[in-house]
Design a protein around this ligand. Structure first.
Ligand SMILES: Cc1ncc(COP(=O)(O)O)c(C=O)c1O
Length: 399
């Protein structure tokens, strides 16, 4: 069913609720989005409470709000609150599960060309330590992971399949649910889904996707505070993944020489944490749920297509996004102009975009001969006038 579009009146209200919209044209939502006022209020209010009453006391008073963050994140991805752990960013969330997998010599780790730098480094490190292998599944003709190649590669030695839903370097949306259907046929294989760039911009349902692990940060399309992230681990898989570090938060010290790891995903958490950020993360998830993630997806996908069309019309500009399905991230190169020069020129006009070098995207950019791209990323509060302004900066440089 097609979702009700976000109306112009709503956009006006959502922009008014976003203080940053009055200062910048923020096309760096894939880096860190602009917090909406309720998120900022929640963070600030809790910090003030710490200032006034003390950190532990403020946390005790805020217990219902902290608890609601688990419920809101669970609702966002169709999980149970017991399957959610909160972390300081997405990489550490993912690491806590990945480094907890019992990997053996001869095991196989399958990944794709969309893999994120930090995760690929972790795959290599664990493979070097254990004698497992890392294999990169080829892309299909659209530039998304090949379902046929993945299906052919699966066997009982596959321990982990690591997929990035939306890469850091382009508008591609990988077919996460199709991957899930294949991995599910191999009970020993764990399916790790990196939802860093999809959480908050695309609907996510872990039941439909079939992933065992999902990780995401708060600061990107979810519009939460920096320094927050979360991890989902499927209930049935929790006993299969032992936290690589133990912390009093997720473990009971039952006797001088004994301990018991908790049954829930909180086994992956640390005791001390950015409590104000946790609360803000929950408020951000509720904010997205209230708008409706299906509606957000429709709006950002449409705006990104409009931006691609504007950029494609400019001589010397090449849009670099691949994939059959595309999302809010738009990447391009401009003949004879360094991507960083484009970002710097945009910044002087109060337009925020980012650049992604090949050193962050080896598996995708090296084979395609790309050294660096300009990455712009819209959100639902982006206006058409902001897209025109950014295209104008690119047009002037391309001349
Ligand atoms: C696809 C993808 N995965 C993982 C990460 C890492 O997230 P974090 O910086 O929260 O650890 C990013 C960050 O840009 C990303 O884009």
């Amino acid at each position: 069913m097609t979702p009700e579009p976000i109306t112009d009146a709503e956009i006006t209200r959502l922009r008014a609720d976003t203080p940053g919209c009055s200062t910048v044209a923020h096309l760096n939502n894939a880096g860190a989005s602009l917090m909406p006022a309720p998120v900022w209020d929640a963070v600030r209010t809790h910090l003030e409470s710490e200032l006034t009453y003390g950190g532990y006391e403020a946390a005790a008073d805020a217990a219902p709000a902290i608890e609601d963050t688990y419920a809101a994140l669970a609702e966002l991805i169709g999980a149970g609150a017991d399957e959610i752990a909160i972390a300081e960013n997405a990489t550490r969330a993912w690491d806590m599960a990945f480094y907890g997998v019992d990997m053996r010599s001869g095991d196989r780790i399958l990944t794709s060309h969309a893999e994120y730098i930090s995760q690929h480094l972790a795959l290599l490190q664990v493979a070097h330590r254990t004698g497992a292998t890392v294999e990169v599944i080829p892309d299909d003709e659209h530039g998304q992971v090949s379902i046929e190649a993945l299906s052919a590669a699966m066997d009982e030695r596959v321990r982990v399949v690591s997929l990035v839903h939306v890469p850091t370097f382009g508008g591609l949306v990988n077919p996460a649910a199709e991957v899930g259907r294949i991995v599910r046929q191999h009970p020993r294989a764990l399916y790790f889904l990196d939802a860093c760039q999809s959480a908050g911009q695309l609907p996510l349902d872990v039941g439909e996707i079939g992933c065992d692990v999902l990780s995401a940060p708060g600061r990107k399309f979810l519009r939460g505070p920096r320094g927050t992230g979360f991890l989902y681990v499927r209930r049935e898989r929790l006993s299969d993944i032992t936290p690589p570090f133990l912390d009093g938060r997720g473990v009971d010290w039952t006797a001088a020489n004994d301990y018991r790891v908790h049954d829930t995903a909180r086994r992956f958490e640390t005791w001390d944490t950015f409590v104000a950020g946790r609360i803000g993360l929950g408020v951000a998830a509720r904010y997205a749920l209230e708008i409706g993630v299906e509606r957000i997806a429709a709006r950002v996908t449409g705006l990104a297509e409009e931006l691609r069309a504007l950029l494609t019309e400019i001589d010397g500009v090449t849009v670099r996004d691949t994939g059959q399905v595309r999302c809010a991230i738009v990447t391009c190169t401009v003949d004879g102009v360094a991507p960083q020069a484009v970002a710097a020129a945009a910044r002087t006009q109060r337009i925020n975009v980012n650049t992604i070098p090949a050193s962050d995207a080896r598996l995708s950019f090296d084979p395609r001969g790309i050294a660096e791209v300009v990455r712009s990323s819209v959100h639902y509060f982006t206006s058409r006038e902001e897209l025109e302004r950014f295209a104008g900066v690119v047009r002037d440089l391309a001349r």
